[in-house]
Ligand binder design. Structure first.
Ligand code: WT7
Length: 654
């Protein structure tokens, strides 16, 4: 039995532009066969892009579900990201080009980054922080966030970055679970013109976190003419970042870390809402993020790379900090919202900094589509040469819009599938080799192996099923912090007796040419009259309609069909919702993918409920569609959105 029906067919296919291929960092398709023949040799070659203090003696030690990479090797992640560039050829090359939301700017060269990171590492040491200690980081997207992470890595302390948009309760739970000794925060940051009072939030959390000995506070506007954000300091626990830095000396040796020593913990919310501390180690993680940043983004010396993610997410860890800096790249970092002061802020940034590579999320792309084509059209985007997407399936129409209005049909798009748990990109095109199909993440990267399985673990060559990773990837999580049993249960027990198979929780399909299409979380799969339908295909059909910017589809109990579909739809600024449009959309879906997927209800929404990282929360939409009380809403970005939808749904004609 197939686990998931595949309904949509997408015929468009885009080979990489010949000019791009000619200059691409990776353009020989033989890389796939070579890696397939000997994946360990492949990863060993990629690991050699790093500077090791001591070579490894064994590439992979695999005792399912556990594994170790580069056994016996020693290295330091921060030295790889900073020292070898600063003390080598890139001393005066910009490492970070930062812009705050209000418009303040800083450019930090590799030489300056070395000074900042080593001084802060020495400051942490002066507070008694040593190898293996946990340090919580709760900051806006300012350079100090990257500096703090790298300073921890330099001395072997384990950082746990908590997204600055999280509440005091979330911060408290994460500090308690990791037993962090030090918290690094700021008086505040800026978001949509307002101040986010981080220190005040932290103070609430700190009332219940006895493990914290010191709080280091960045003064967000220190040394500028801008107004200081008010916050209270508690003596002797709280210390100003700039005062510590004044006293801290530059330099000092990085701590040699074992390849399997922990680099960081990053909490990700499980389906139960109870966050898991995903554990990443040093050697394998650094190998895979360094390799994929270079190969997937075709990174070259003169690129200006902008990953729009916050350091609070894994994307910010891997592709804003560790991956690009390890490659010696110039990274752009922007603190604020994409629609501040106007809906063209991203495009203004690209034109101003001559950004060449843009890596962002479908949720942002769909917002840009909703706002209208005129915003990117105002700016010169000709510096761009490659576009990336991550976080959710990208609907084919959003892909086409991105390609046309941002890439001007010139830039290849890399749709990159991966997870907090995988640490680095797993399924993605290589832009100098792979032909792309809108909505498909294409193929597993060299050195990665995936399969599509049914619930008995049989491979499904063509069609829909459960995605599995069949070999450990160097950057994959090693355990859940303090709960190895949860690691085993969550990721390695989908197929009984097969602890070698990693289950990411996603459904996918494979087409005749072997392209992978992620269909959404298995927990969200719809079941209509015995057909199991992934959310992605119905949503993509809706987004194909010119009036629709974004859609979320959920199942609600139905006497005859098992489930009926309810579709929540946001309309583009250029169109208006109406009962006629609702009827038209139902028919549109039926025509596109079949009567089986015709939604019973269309609910027009100004906005959809999303997590703070921008993922649609279908679980809450199911609660609404089935008339239940709303489940856990603590991870919502904006609780008002879902309350409004609930009222609207309840007032619909039965
Ligand atoms: C889940 C992981 C990866 C960093 C950001 C999110 C979904 C991610 C894609 C993609 C389809 C995608 C999956 C995955 N996802 N990228 N390109 N196409 N789905 O990390 O919060 O750990 O989420 O995001 O469902 O399992 P995360």
């Amino acid at each position: 039995m197939n686990e998931i029906d595949a309904l949509l067919t997408e015929e468009r296919k885009f080979p990489p532009p010949p000019k791009f291929v000619a200059n691409a960092v990776v353009n020989d398709p033989a890389i796939y066969d070579e890696a397939e023949r000997d994946p360990e040799a492949y990863w060993a070659r990629e690991a050699a892009r790093l500077e090791w203090i001591q070579p490894w003696t064994q590439v992979l030690d695999w005792t399912p579900p556990h594994f170790k990479w580069f056994v016996g090797g020693k290295l330091n992640a921060a030295a790889n990201c900073v020292d070898r560039h600063a003390l080598g050829p890139r001393r005066d090359k910009p490492a970070l080009i930062w812009e705050g939301e209000p418009g303040d700017k800083r450019t930090i060269t590799y030489g300056e980054l070395y000074s900042e990171v080593t001084r802060f590492a020495n400051a942490l040491k002066s507070l008694g922080v040593t190898k293996g200690d946990r340090v919580a980081v709760y900051l806006p997207l300012i350079p100090e966030a990257a500096i703090a992470m790298l300073a921890c890595a330099r001395i072997g302390a384990i950082h746990s970055v908590v997204f600055g948009g999280f509440s005091p309760d979330s911060l408290r739970d994460r500090i308690i679970d990791a037993e962090a000794r030090v918290l690094i925060t700021a008086d505040g940051g800026y978001r949509r013109g307002g101040v986010v009072a981080l220190k005040a939030n932290a103070d609430k959390a700190l009332a219940e976190t006895p493990s914290i000995e010191h709080v280091v506070v960045v003064q967000r506007n220190h040394g500028t003419s801008s107004e200081q954000i008010s916050c209270s300091m508690q003596q002797p626990r709280d210390l100003w970042w700039h005062e510590l830095m004044q006293k801290a000396p530059e330099g000092g040796d990085p701590v040699p870390m074992d390849a399997e020593d922990i680099l960081y913990i990053l909490y990700t919310s499980g389906t139960t809402g109870n966050p898991k501390g995903v554990v990443h180690t040093t050697g394998g993680y650094m190998t895979a993020v360094t390799s994929t940043t270079r190969n997937v983004f075709d990174l070259r010396e003169d690129d200006v790379f902008w990953c729009t993610a916050d350091v609070g997410w894994v994307t910010g860890h891997s592709y804003l900090v560790y991956g690009p800096l390890s490659n010696g790249a110039t990274c752009v970092m922007y603190e604020g919202a994409p629609d501040w002061p106007d809906k063209d802020r991203f495009w203004a940034l690209i034109a101003k900094h001559k950004i060449t590579i843009l890596y962002t999320a479908p949720t942002a792309i769909r917002a840009f589509m909703k706002w209208g084509d005129q915003y990117p059209a105002r700016h010169d985007l000709s510096s761009l040469r490659l576009l990336g997407s991550v976080g959710e399936p990208i609907n084919p129409e959003a892909w086409i819009w991105y390609s046309r209005h941002i890439g001007h049909d010139r830039c290849p798009i890399v749709d990159t599938w991966w997870q907090t748990e995988t640490g680095s990109i797993v399924i993605s095109p290589l832009p100098g080799i792979t032909s792309t199909k809108p909505g498909s993440a294409t193929f597993p990267l060299p050195g990665c192996s995936a399969d599509l399985l049914d619930s008995n673990g049989r491979s499904i060559p063509v069609g829909g099923g459960l995605l599995a990773l069949t070999r450990p990837i160097p950057s994959m999580l090693r355990t859940v912090w303090g709960d190895d049993e949860r690691y085993r249960k969550t990721y390695f027990s989908k197929w009984p007796g097969r602890p070698d198979l990693y289950f990411p929780g996603d459904g996918a399909k494979r087409d005749e040419e072997g392209f992978y299409w992620i269909l959404g979380r298995v927990d969200d799969v719809l079941n209509v009259a015995g057909h199991r339908i992934g959310t992605m295909e119905v949503e993509s059909a809706l987004v194909e309609h010119p009036a629709v910017a974004e859609a979320a589809v959920v199942g609600k109990a139905h006497e005859l069909k098992g489930q009926a579909l309810a579709a929540f739809v946001t309309v583009r600024a250029s169109h208006q919702s109406s009962p006629e449009l609702a009827t038209e959309l139902k028919q549109f879906v039926a025509d596109k993918i079949g009567a089986i997927a015709r939604p019973d209800d269309i609910i027009f929404a100004a906005d959809l409920p999303k997590t703070r990282s921008g993922k649609i929360m279908r679980r809450l939409l199911r609660d609404i569609a089935e008339g239940r009380a709303l489940g856990d809403t603590t991870t919502l970005a904006d609780a008002a959105v879902v309350e409004g939808l609930k009222q609207q749904y309840e007032s619909l004609e039965p």
